[in-house]
Write a protein that binds this ligand. Structure first.
Ligand SMILES: Nc1ncnc2c1ncn2[C@@H]1O[C@H](COP(=O)(O)OP(=O)(O)OP(=O)(O)O)[C@@H](O)[C@H]1O
Ligand SMILES: [Mg+2]
Length: 379
């Protein structure tokens, strides 16, 4: 550590180096926000050509999750360590847990990377979730499915994203198939919810515990992948308040520092059930880049570097669309020409199907999207 973080709240000086574990699009967009505030970013990943390296300052190559020498060199070269993914191998997280300058802490990232641990934590702090249980065998999956009203989703505890590592189960044959396909992995089963909509709250918490939350976002998924995020969300003010309160409780319960997201399901009776916690910038917060004075990436940099959080108010209504796979890439020219549309490209080497290659946010004047303007809040 080049500048010891002697006082928890003393800001890192301009020129300080943010160490980022992971080099994907979230690391890339955080690096761009960091540069604008005068910080440099140093990426730890297994690939020196990761998307973040178009805009980051330095790279340390991780040859394996147990590459203690690389992790030690990286940790010594940066002033604060942060993350762009929670899908990290346990040995890597264990090595990072020994580093005192992680924001959020590596233990928090580990918890959020394990669906069972995450759900136990949510239960412990009184944030409701879908009914769930740890499962290991076809019999356990089948018993859960019957008890859950006939339909369940089996999910791997670790390493799932964009709907990967999940199987829906609606009869005993499917239960057996899921147990076989996912054998050897720690699993949970969840009841399938007939929700009204999916929402998320993206918020930042600083080292002094202050919280700034962006507006509740409405998220539309297809095939387990986020396709579109919209603000304002089509929910009643009391539902929005419930979502914000749940996200705040999570941030406080984790003593969180940085940006985080809570994904939630809104039920027909207005109840809000937590789905998962993302200990990092989140796809559903990308609209903040164009509809707020300070984006989720800037807010993250501010929080982890000890700067004051920015006002999270939005100045526009927004629809963010993900550009996924070759079909998404094919829309680039059209989006470049679209009025009030801000396209973002991630610079990935290959346009594989199902891969997020970029996104585009279309803006409308604040308050024209219906459902009553709200605008972000300091909690
Ligand atoms: N219990 C459930 N009931 C109904 N739909 C669900 C349930 N769990 C997940 N889904 C659907 O599948 C999507 C992906 O699930 P989840 O968030 O658990 O997976 P993921 O792979 O971590 O996704 P991501 O990392 O992209 O958020 C959800 O956003 C939702 O649309
Ligand atoms: Mg999810």
């Amino acid at each position: 550590m080049r500048w010891a973080m002697t006082r928890a709240s003393s800001p890192l000086p301009r020129g300080a180096v943010i160490g980022m574990v992971g080099g994907g699009q979230l690391g890339r967009m955080t690096s761009m926000a960091a540069a604008r505030l005068g910080y440099r970013t140093h990426i730890l990943s297994d690939n020196p050509d990761d998307p973040a390296m178009d805009v980051a300052w330095r790279h340390t190559r991780l040859s394996s999750a147990e590459d203690a020498a690389a992790i030690a060199a990286f940790a010594a070269a940066v002033d604060v360590i942060t993350f762009e993914t929670e899908n990290l191998p346990l040995p890597l997280l264990a090595l990072l847990e020994a580093q005192p300058h992680c924001r959020p802490s590596a233990a928090v990232v580990r918890l959020c990377g394990d669906r069972a641990e995450e759900k136990r934590f949510l239960q412990a702090i009184g944030v409701p979730t879908a009914p769930w249980a740890p499962v290991a065998t076809a019999e356990e999956i089948e018993a859960f499915r019957r008890q859950a009203g006939g339909r369940a989703i089996v999910k791997t505890c670790r390493s799932g994203y964009d709907g990967k590592g999940q199987m829906r189960v609606a009869d005993a044959t499917a239960a057996a198939r899921a147990a076989e396909a996912l054998a050897g992995k720690a699993l949970i089963a969840e009841a399938v919810l007939d929700f009204t909509c999916e929402v998320s709250v993206v918020l930042a918490r600083d080292v002094a515990g202050r919280i700034a939350a962006f507006d509740v976002t409405h998220n539309l998924h297809r095939e387990g992948i986020l396709r579109e995020s919209r603000v304002p969300a089509p929910i009643a003010p009391e539902v929005a308040a419930r979502a914000l309160a749940a996200a705040r409780r999570v941030a406080e319960g984790l003593d969180y520092v940085g940006i985080m997201a809570l994904e939630m399901f809104v039920m027909p009776d207005g109840a809000v059930l937590a789905n998962e916690i993302a200990p990092r910038p989140h796809n559903s917060g990308h609209w903040t880049m164009d509809a707020c004075a300070a984006s989720q990436f800037e807010q993250h940099v501010r929080a982890i570097c000890g700067l004051p959080l920015a006002d999270p108010t939005r100045h526009a209504d927004a629809v963010m669309e993900n550009l996924i796979g070759p079909e998404g890439a094919a829309r680039w020219e059209e989006l470049l020409a679209k009025p009030r549309c801000v396209p973002h490209w991630y610079g990935k080497a290959e346009a594989r199907p199902g891969r997020k290659l970029g996104h585009a946010t279309t803006l409308a004047p604040f308050g024209t999207g219906g459902h009553g303007p709200r605008g972000g809040s300091m909690l």
